[in-house]
Design a protein around this ligand. Structure first.
Ligand code: HEM
Ligand SMILES: *[C@@H]1O[C@H](CO)[C@@H](O)[C@H](O)[C@H]1NC(C)=O
Ligand SMILES: *[C@@H]1O[C@H](CO)[C@@H](O)[C@H](O)[C@H]1NC(C)=O
Length: 330
């Protein structure tokens, strides 16, 4: 073979390899249709059953999927238990004790291992469970591309830099989301998930102290609607710096996945500084208005954005696996 031909062959090989690795990373709807046809139904059954006895698992699982995807990609790293040698993501103060729904994933995984051993990843179970949760609180239905692999790394120290903080301003939020491949408008769109669920009181009395001593002023945050302040203070008394009491994030329809989050934020009834700050930038404020005015359009944008979020890849070079127990690396 001439050296020219050799180099042509080499280039062809490289192209083939890159196409192959592309296909490998590509998630697809119905990934388990041949290998475990009831995979998604089994997850739906488990989530529906758990929701029946505790509706709080719906917001819990949506937030868990987000916290999974933003740290090392959507690889179920958030599900790993700490061991004597390793403090895992779930034990970061950002996740512990507020993240909830782990038992639902365990139950779904157990049912799936019984039916199709070693086939369905924990990361896919979590992505399906978040989708099912949104449907259960009357949000939009969407298909979840699957085929994720479970990661083999989970460190508490990786959480802080990757999960947004409730004190962040709009530029910091935009930068963080762009590092995850999400646009500023997708950040506004996904923030609408704060239409369901609760926050622990310590967030708004200590971390982002909007209720009693905002920025050292001994006063509530002036950016909070004055009629909302007593409502929040009643739910979160001054002494509630502990993580035991909670407050709804959407004061209007706390258990329904609707666009009320946006109308709330527009009248300064968003719970966190990170919600309010979306009013302070022309583009994000326009996004708030658009979503407040058109729920159907927001639903379309939301489903596209959560699918995008759900496809954040595992770190380059990391090798994934199908975990047997979602809490333990194989
Ligand atoms: C934009 C930046 C975001 C910030 C700063 C933020 C921050 C927070 C905080 C501080 C809480 C309360 C945690 C606690 O109880 O201690 C919370 C709850 C929640 N977040 Fe976010 N979040 C953001 C984006 C998102 C996104 C993108 C999603 C999902 C798509 C999401 C879904 C939720 C849900 C559903 C809850 C309620 C959880 C429950 O009731 O258990 N958040 N968020
Ligand atoms: C936003 O927050 C960042 C980081 O805390 C800070 O450097 C920046 O000045 C802030 N930007 C605005 C517009 O307040
Ligand atoms: C917080 O207080 C400092 C010092 O008084 C001031 O410069 C800053 O603008 C305040 N920040 C906010 C968000 O009000």
């Amino acid at each position: 073979m001439s050296s020219k031909m050799q180099s042509k062959c080499f280039i062809a090989l490289l192209v083939l390899l890159s196409i192959f690795s592309c296909f490998e990373a590509q998630l697809q709807v119905g990934f388990y249709s041949k290998t475990c046809p009831s995979a998604e139904t089994i997850v739906t059954q488990q989530v529906t059953q758990a929701f029946g006895s505790n509706p709080g698992i719906a917001p819990g699982l949506v937030r868990m999927h987000f916290h999974d995807c933003f740290v090392h990609g959507c690889d179920a790293s958030v599900l790993i238990d700490s061991t004597t040698g390793n403090q895992a993501e779930k034990d970061s103060p950002i996740n512990n004790p507020s993240l909830r729904g782990f038992e639902v994933i365990d139950a779904a995984k157990a049912a799936l291992e019984a039916q199709c051993k070693g086939i369905v990843s924990c990361a896919d179970i979590l992505a399906f469970a978040a989708r099912d949760s949104i449907a259960l609180v009357k949000g939009p239905a969407y298909s979840v591309p699957s085929g994720r692999k479970d990661g083999r790394v989970s460190m508490m120290s990786d959480v802080g830099g990757n999960i947004p903080s409730p004190v962040m301003n709009v530029s910091a939020l935009t930068t963080l989301f762009s590092l995850k491949g999400l646009t500023q408008d997708q950040m506004v769109t996904l923030s609408g998930a704060h239409t369901i669920g609760v926050s622990h009181c310590n967030i708004i009395t200590t971390v982002d102290d909007r209720l009693y001593n905002f920025n050292g002023t001994n006063m509530p945050d002036p950016a909070l609607n004055p009629s909302y302040v007593p409502q929040l203070q009643a739910a979160c008394p001054k002494a509630s710096t502990s993580t035991s009491s909670v407050v709804n994030m959407d004061p209007v329809t706390p258990a329904v996945f609707d666009n009320k989050y946006y109308s709330n934020v527009l009248v300064n009834k968003g719970l966190f500084t990170s919600d309010w700050t979306l009013r302070t930038n022309a583009a994000t404020a326009a996004g708030l208005n658009a979503n407040a005015n058109n729920q159907a359009q927001w639903f379309n944008k939301f489903t596209a954005a959560i699918v995008k979020m759900g496809s954040i890849p595992l770190d380059a070079g990391a090798v994934g696996e199908i975990r047997t127990n979602c809490r333990v690396i194989n």
